[in-house]
Design a protein. Structure first.
Lengths: 464, 96
């Protein structure tokens, strides 16, 4: 195949991949879009093997082994495990890019461009690998998910980044290649680990998006090192998509990317104000006993209900019970819709997958902008394991960390039932005024599963 | 050649960014795992590397890279497929 023809084929394959992604913007076409992407990638693999004939039998064995392993793995994954699965897959992709960078670094003829890009691929690939491993560990709760950072975190990060830059620069002027490779790998491995350790469970959607972006960038740069144009193009697309998702997540959580990268977390402020919360809890429990049954009973007459599932629902795995509640309600002609905040769940869009897994129609799942005006009109809002994303303080409490964050207007609903584990402020550490609203609120504390069972009971037994 | 590489990177990033902006948050998880599968495209680099040298050490490492990257591709796409099937599945029931 001539070079020109090869470029045409590369451009065509890139277009197919882009079309596939485009088709993934609608549920109806998404399945086809995914297959299109997969097909294009398989073609790309075939073309690359033809153009670079190496040891064919080894290559085929490797591909076959990976296919079998990949298929078995993916068929066993549960939907709740999706975040850690994506993180792990991401990590091994990053490691592959790092290895390619390493091979190219050691075998290339020594042009500055190849050396620099190869080393850059090693560094970014290694960060992706170690960062993803830690993130996957945290997501699967094998590692404690609380943010871990130490006093000198910023300084250490700066030193590590400088080391990485030096390890990229030095080989290009022909000095200390092997030492540089070694230092580059070690520094980036430590950096990735520290970075992922510093991020708390609630910030995970941001981390995963960012790591996803990095794995694309690593691939793309590895592509530059080996002069493979298709790899550069597709890696770039992945990098951009991850970055976009990271931006969306940051905006929806009111967090700046720099803060997360440098290990700044918001854990400290919740401790200082504990006594205050305790009294608040007592108050609302009293209030709970007096008034709440009225509000709870509104679920029987409500014709228009909006359910707001949050991180807590994902943690408690309550989606199947929610489906039961949804079935009971819809069977008596009640309109039930779900309001999904962009950061609900443990990775972008995770809540939608969990609810779809429980057989809830995706057409009843609404994004923030599409449903926010309807809270005023609905008869009842049911909040399940969400706090910060419904905290009206985000609208006007300028001195709080969540100020300006887009929230769901649950507080505008006439009646609200909140099924949260406890009354502690959410991750951002900001008191939620809804809890102390004088009327129209009922709070069911404890595990979301039990609270929802209680709601279902109320519906099924009208006498009680 | 170098400029072409950087140019392709920039253009594909921008085009990708523009297209992906259209994906609703409903589909963000499948999108991400799909993108994740695509990031296994680095398998192409690994395949090129297997052919660059017949040194055993290069063969071993590039073979390892092929396995890792292709696991990412196959696992990623099939996981995405499973997820998307759940979304579409609901449609079928509704039509009945």
């Amino acid at each position: 195949m001539s070079n020109f023809a090869y470029y045409i084929v590369c451009a065509a394959l890139t277009l197919i991949v882009l079309t596939g992604i485009y088709l993934m913007s609608k549920v109806k076409t998404a399945l086809f879009g995914n297959l299109l992407g997969a097909g294009a990638l398989m073609l790309a693999v075939a073309i690359t093997i033809i153009r670079n004939p190496g040891n064919l039998s080894i290559v085929l064995i490797c591909l076959l082994a990976a296919s079998i392993f990949g298929l078995i793995w993916s068929s066993k994954v549960k939907m709740i495990e999706m975040p850690e699965t994506v993180a792990l897959l991401n990590g091994i992709g990053g490691l592959a890019s790092a290895i390619i960078g390493g091979i190219e670094f050691l075998t290339c003829t020594g042009e500055a461009f190849s050396l620099a890009t190869a080393m850059l691929a090693v560094v970014i690939g290694t960060i992706t690998f170690t960062g993803s491993l830690i993130a996957a560990g945290k997501l699967s709760k094998k590692i404690d998910s609380a943010p871990r950072s130490f006093k000198g975190h910023l300084t250490v990060s700066i030193i590590l980044v400088s080391l990485m830059i030096l390890s990229i620069v030095f080989p290009t002027i022909g000095k200390f290649s092997y030492t540089a490779l070694f230092i580059g790998i070690v520094a980036s491995a430590i950096f990735g680990t520290l970075f992922a350790f510093a991020v708390g469970g609630a910030d995970m959607p941001i981390t995963i998006s960012l790591l996803n972006s990095l794995s694309g960038v690593a691939g793309s740069i590895a592509g530059m090192a080996v002069y493979n144009i298709l790899l550069v193009a597709i890696g770039g697309i992945v990098g951009a998509s991850g970055l976009l998702l990271t931006q969306i997540m940051c905006r929806s959580m009111n967090r700046s990317l720099a803060d997360i990268l440098l290990g700044k977390t918001t854990v400290s402020n919740s401790e200082s104000s504990v006594p205050e919360h305790v009294t608040k809890i007592e108050n609302s429990e009293k209030f709970d006993k007096n008034n709440s049954t009225e509000v709870l009973m509104t679920i029987r007459d409500a014709k228009n209900i909006i359910i707001v599932p949050g991180y807590g629902m994902a943690l408690s795995q309550a989606q199947f019970l929610i489906k039961e509640l949804y079935d009971v309600l819809t069977s008596s002609k009640v309109t039930v819709r779900f309001a999904i905040h962009p950061v609900a769940g443990r990775m972008p869009g995770h809540m939608n997958v969990l609810l779809c897994e429980a057989d809830i129609d995706y057409e009843d799942l609404y994004e923030l902008d599409d449903i926010n005006e309807d809270f005023e009109k609905c008869d009842l809002a049911i909040v399940i394991g969400a706090n910060d994303v419904i905290n009206p303080a985000a609208r006007d409490a300028t001195d709080t960390p969540i100020y300006g964050m887009p929230i769901l207007n649950v507080d505008l609903a006439k009646n609200i039932i909140i099924c949260n584990y406890d009354l502690k402020p959410g991750y951002a550490g900001v008191e939620n005024p809804i809890y102390s609203r004088p009327s129209g609120v009922s709070i069911l504390l404890g595990d979301a599963k039990e609270s929802i069972t209680k709601l279902i009971d109320i519906l099924k037994n009208p006498e009680s | 050649m170098e400029l072409l590489m950087v140019g392709v990177f920039l253009i594909s990033s921008i085009v990708g960014y523009l297209i992906i902006r259209k994906v609703p948050s409903l589909l963000h998880t499948p999108l991400m795992s799909g993108m994740n599968a695509l990031s296994g495209v680095t398998v192409l680099g690994a395949l090129v590397a297997t052919a660059t040298s017949s040194k055993p050490i290069v063969q071993i490492f590039s073979g390892l890279a092929v396995v890792l990257a292709f696991t990412n591709v196959v696992g990623g796409f099939s996981v995405t497929h499973r997820m998307l099937k759940m979304f579409v599945h609901k449609r079928g029931e509704e039509d009945k």
